[in-house]
Design a binder for this molecule. Structure first.
Ligand SMILES: NC(=O)c1ccc[n+]([C@@H]2O[C@H](COP(=O)([O-])OP(=O)(O)OC[C@H]3O[C@@H](n4cnc5c(N)ncnc54)[C@H](O)[C@@H]3O)[C@@H](O)[C@H]2O)c1
Length: 351
């Protein structure tokens, strides 16, 4: 077997545990340490048979891993990622890359100056469904992209909000959930030019939004809309439809609708709608559309992301979601909050 990449996991909370589990069964990485100030991490490290540290500085100095996963609260991402890079470890940092554009930029800069790769944990890009969708869009089967309509609606249980930061600004569905959908839209349609949005906290009454409606203008000329709400008893979102996490019951439904001049695609069911008759300019809504649905092997996006991370560190693959890519998705997502606050469109920086 090829030499495995030595990997530390920093932050052993909800998603850190997923990374630890996937690392333990990976053919490409070897888990070498866990760091987390909370004692709960110690039991996890013991079960995994690796050293546990309450201080990531001590872990980096003693273990010297070649790579690290940073799976800690958003506000700590930049400092921890920079610490890892400066100690010679490449980083897979969880999404969002940071909680401010300045901190995200710092990660991009230090990655460039150290020459060590940083990839951002937008794991949905590694789902076989998204790979196929990207190939379909890139093949030109949709023609010129016209619109994207995305739903991100579900009901978070009341006790989810017992944790105080989830009731405060920045702890809501825009930065926690919508960011994944915006990232998928960027992955398929390319860069976003400007963002408009309205938001509401009318149902839960917390400081943070519970619902938002977003309008996007893409640089390729397409327009997109997203509805996000964590207070709606509804199934239309990626988490419930794509089957990425066992903790969610999977629904056989779609949540993303991409339309072009020659065809339309739904996700995650990968339904491709096209006219199969060629009648030139007479072709249109009186003619029957044909539906094609691709059945795929399912794959674990977190395991695939970790395999990819090792391949990026080995120089075998280019990052599917680089630090700069994660920064652009963050910029678009923070623009949603800014647009909702001001009522004005927010232009994004040029690519
Ligand atoms: N990609 C995904 O599917 C996904 C899912 C959930 C969360 N996330 C992201 O992962 C990150 C963590 O979220 P979570 O839900 O696992 O949070 P969590 O609160 O469950 O876990 C965070 C852990 O980090 C630890 N921690 C805090 N400061 C630390 C430090 N300085 N050094 C080491 N450990 C430290 C905490 O003790 C805690 O155990 C967030 O950025 C979140 O946005 C991503």
């Amino acid at each position: 077997m090829a030499h495995k990449l030595s990997l530390a996991v920093i932050g052993a909370g909800l998603i850190g545990r997923t990374h630890i589990d996937r690392a333990l069964t990976s053919e490409r990485v070897e888990l070498v340490a866990v760091a987390d100030p909370s004692p709960a991490g110690a039991a996890l490290a013991r079960a995994a048979g690796v050293p546990f540290y309450t201080d990531h500085h001590a872990m980096l100095a003693e273990i010297r891993p070649r790579a690290a996963v940073v799976a800690t609260p958003n506000a700590t991402h930049a400092a921890l990622t920079v610490d890892c890079l400066e100690r010679g470890a490449a980083v897979l940092v969880e999404k969002p890359i940071a909680d401010t554009l300045e901190d995200g930029k710092r990660i991009c800069d230090v990655s460039a100056s150290t020459g060590l790769p940083v990839i951002v944990g937008h794991q949905r890009r590694h789902n076989p469904i998204m790979r196929k969708a990207r190939a379909i869009v890139a093949s030109g089967a949709l023609g010129r992209p016209v619109s994207a309509t995305v739903m991100c609606t579900w009901l978070k249980p009341r006790d989810y909000f017992d944790v105080e930061w989830r009731r405060r600004k920045g702890g809501g569905p825009i930065l926690i959930n919508l960011i994944h959908d915006i990232d998928l839209m960027r992955h398929l349609y390319g860069e976003i030019e400007s963002v408009q949005a309205i938001a509401s906290n009318a149902v839960r009454g917390f400081e943070v939004e519970d619902t938002a409606v977003v309008a996007l203008r893409f640089r390729n000329g397409a327009l997109g809309t997203v509805t996000v709400s964590d207070t709606a008893a509804a199934p239309w979102n990626w988490d419930l439809s794509a089957g990425e996490a066992e903790r969610f019951p999977r629904q056989d439904i779609d949540a993303h609708y991409y339309c072009g001049t020659d065809g339309a695609l739904t996700l995650p069911r990968l339904q491709l709608w096209r006219y199969r008759t060629d009648q030139g300019p007479a072709l249109g809504w009186h003619d029957p559309l044909t539906l094609e649905r691709t059945a795929l092997h399912t794959g674990c996006p977190y395991a695939e992301q970790l395999r990819h991370f090792a391949a990026v560190v080995a120089g075998e693959e280019a990052p599917v979601c680089s630090a700069l890519d994660g920064w652009r998705t963050l910029e678009a997502t923070l623009a949603v909050t800014a647009a909702a606050a001001t009522g004005r469109p927010v232009p994004l920086s040029a690519a």
